[in-house]
Design a binder for this molecule. Structure first.
Ligand code: AMP
Length: 304
């Protein structure tokens, strides 16, 4: 396979309520969704911490997807926990509770074998930890980053410092408005790109994705699904498919970015069809390529 991707983020137990059902303490976390999604395209190495309540059975999903877990630390204490709920339109998660637990005292120390990573994804986690991971990577070629209102609210200075070192920021529309301090998405995007990232990808739930790139602005719809069950992890599955394709193609031109956006949207669409990681973990390459072609049909139109 191609160059490998290093990801730091949360490995979590999530409790999620949607109008269609609920799940308690199921496996989740930004690093988990990202790495399973990216593993269909590229080698993945994960940096995170779990607690003593995290069993070998929980870890088996990483093994099954050939994800390198030498950087997954087991500490005394409880695994990170997130509780959220979604309204009827499923577009926005409302956080009910965040327990950092073992993440509170986590100081990442990358295994030697991780330090030559070329593709780095700083998943949604404390921006200080994101920076500490970046400090330990010798010469990253592409650094992408996710964050959320929790950190924009709570650690803005640290986040701004991390963003100076980021090439691609992947956040949702609410976070774009919040971080850019503008109601208008285009104006907010311009402000954010002045903070460091040369590319901003705005996730807009069921309305798809907008990329503000160096050469162009690109819009992709979300796949029109008849059933959406649980949107948790959609953003990280998107980022996994996106980075996975970038790393696999080892190219950075506008056409590659556009294809990567569509692969990201493909992975997010599979993820939201089921609770937790069920939608992603059973996929095959054939499923992914099939839905990629459906996306092509969905967005095709002829020139005048
Ligand atoms: P998303 O892909 O944006 O839906 O992210 C979903 C994942 O983010 C969930 O599985 C949560 O465990 C995780 N998460 C929620 N809040 C935080 C936080 N403050 N820090 C790190 N991870 C979080």
């Amino acid at each position: 396979m191609s160059s490998s991707i290093l990801v730091v983020g949360s490995v979590a137990f999530d409790s999620v309520r949607t109008p269609f059902g609920e799940a308690e303490d199921v496996l989740g976390g930004s690093a988990t969704y990202f790495s399973v999604s990216a593993s269909f395209f590229s080698n993945v190495r994960v940096v995170a911490v779990v607690g003593s309540d995290f069993s070998d059975d929980h870890a088996s999903i990483f093994k099954r997807h050939n994800i390198d877990t030498s950087g997954l630390v087991r500490a005394d204490g409880r695994t990170f926990r997130w509780k959220g709920e979604y309204g009827f339109d499923l577009n926005e998660a409302h956080t009910l509770d965040t327990q950092l637990n073992v993440f509170e005292s986590f100081r990442p120390d990358l295994p030697d074998s991780y330090r030559d990573a070329e593709y780095v994804f700083l998943g949604n986690i404390d921006p200080e930890l994101q920076a500490e991971v970046l400090d330990q990577v010798r010469q990253p070629r592409v650094v992408a980053c996710d964050t959320m209102n929790f950190w924009i609210d709570g650690k803005l200075d640290a986040l701004r410092k991390t963003l100076r070192r980021v090439d691609i920021l992947v956040i949702n529309d609410g976070e774009t408005r919040m971080l850019g301090g503008e109601a208008n998405l285009v104006q907010a995007a311009n402000k954010i790109r002045a903070m460091g990232p040369r590319v901003l990808i705005v996730k807009r739930g069921e309305y798809g994705v907008l990329m503000f790139g160096e050469e162009s602005v690109f819009a992709a719809p979300a796949f029109p699904l008849e059933e959406v069950f649980d949107p948790t992890g959609a953003g990280d599955s998107f980022a996994g498919g996106f980075m996975g394709h970038l790393a696999a193609s080892e190219s950075m031109d506008d056409a590659t970015f556009r294809r990567a956006i569509v692969y990201g949207s493909v992975m997010a669409s599979f993820n939201v069809e089921e609770f937790s990681l069920k939608g992603l973990s059973k996929l095959t390459k054939t499923d992914i390529e099939g839905r990629f072609r459906q996306f092509q049909k969905l967005t095709h139109f002829d020139a005048l």
